[in-house]
Design a protein around this ligand. Structure first.
Ligand code: DAH
Length: 342
């Protein structure tokens, strides 16, 4: 008889192992614990046995009954869990998305300023051009009158590719591409990302944004340059601004200038923001160098022009009173939302 118990237990365990769903589990339950099941068979045989034997067999049957019940319930839980996981994979939905409380998006401060600049210049007859981030040395340096061993290249160190291409260090290559495509007279602006091998700090980042401009026609002078720069800054800051020119060196303009704006915070009295000088250095600009006009197939004896480049991030920082450039590019929406109009 004890041999039989062992066999029954063994076959129960084997069958239980193999099943894969609750239906099969129910079948096993009937086969082993049902009225006509394996354990019931043992109970039938009890009648013919002595009292002593009856007690012994009864005990074993009860032990198996409890064991089977426990194993069956345990397996049932396992199957349920497996089914649940399977359904989770099949019927996956993202319950974190709340369709009823979506917030409207907002524009990044740099985008807001860039769009203001584009609008201002388009209203004055300028075309907005784009240019590639990955440039050739020719467009980024040579065509802009920066020869191969010119020290000006040091100030604009960048990331070079093995095939000689580089990440553009300024938006000025857009000038050359614009002159190649369009015949003078021309008025173009070119916004975009630029890249430098910079050490990052509160006012420097390895990627930032510039806004380039160029106007070429007959008899263009510094007076035109000043007019357009004042108009541009007035649009960005929604008020009239005072500007001054200082000599500045850029190989692609002659004469070249740094254009400063009267500090809007202290009205020129001197504050922390303008480093106590009352003026803020903002724009590199000047009259387009004859060599640059020639790079664009334009005759410098017939045409002249001005060009300028301005940091959009810097303008956005001034407009929204942001003292560190890094969060501007950090992707933290809580930060950018604070400064942005919809
Ligand atoms: N490309 C210059 C820079 O990144 C800025 C600049 C200066 C642009 C003078 C111009 C210019 O077009 O005329 O520092």
């Amino acid at each position: 008889m004890s041999k039989n118990f062992e066999n029954v237990e063994l076959s129960f365990r084997e069958r239980l192992q193999k099943i894969s769903n609750v239906k099969e589990l129910e079948e096993i339950k009937v086969q082993f614990l049902g009225k006509k099941g394996e354990l019931a068979q043992f109970m039938k045989q009890l009648k013919e046995l002595s009292n002593e034997k009856k007690a012994e067999i009864g005990k074993s049957v009860n032990r198996l009954k409890e064991l089977f019940q426990e194993k069956i319930e345990h397996r049932r839980e396992e199957l349920k869990q497996g089914e649940y996981e399977h359904r989770m994979q099949q019927e996956w939905i993202d319950i974190t998305t709340d369709p009823f409380h979506t917030e409207p998006g907002s524009l990044h401060p740099v985008t807001v300023v860039q769009q203001k600049l584009e609008d201002a210049f388009m209203a004055m007859g300028f075309q907005v051009l784009d240019g590639p981030h990955i440039e050739t040395e020719y467009y980024n340096f040579e065509a802009l009158n920066i020869a191969e061993h010119h020290p000006a290249r040091d100030m604009q160190d960048t990331f070079y590719f093995e095939d000689g291409h580089l990440l553009r260090t300024h938006t000025s290559p857009i000038q050359i591409r614009g002159m190649e495509r369009l015949k003078p007279p021309l008025r173009i602006v070119g916004p975009g990302k630029v890249f430098r091998c910079e050490r990052t700090d509160a006012s420097h980042d390895s990627c930032f944004h510039q806004f380039e401009g160029m106007m070429i026609d007959r008899d263009i002078s510094v007076a035109h340059l000043i007019y357009f720069m004042k108009t541009m800054l007035g649009e960005v800051f929604d008020s009239e601004v005072e500007v001054r020119l200082r000599p500045g060196y850029f190989p692609f303009v002659e004469p070249g200038f740094e254009l400063d704006m009267r500090c809007l915070l202290c009205q020129g009295a001197g504050c922390k923001f303008c480093k106590r000088v009352g003026w803020i250095e903002l724009i590199g600009c000047g009259m387009v160098h004859p060599n640059v006009l020639r790079s664009g197939n334009i005759d410098p004896l017939v045409y002249s022009g001005f060009a300028f480049g301005i940091g959009i991030d810097r303008l956005a920082m001034m407009k929204y009173d942001i003292t560190d450039i890094r969060p501007l590019h950090g992707g933290n929406l809580n930060f950018t939302r604070c400064f942005t109009v919809l």
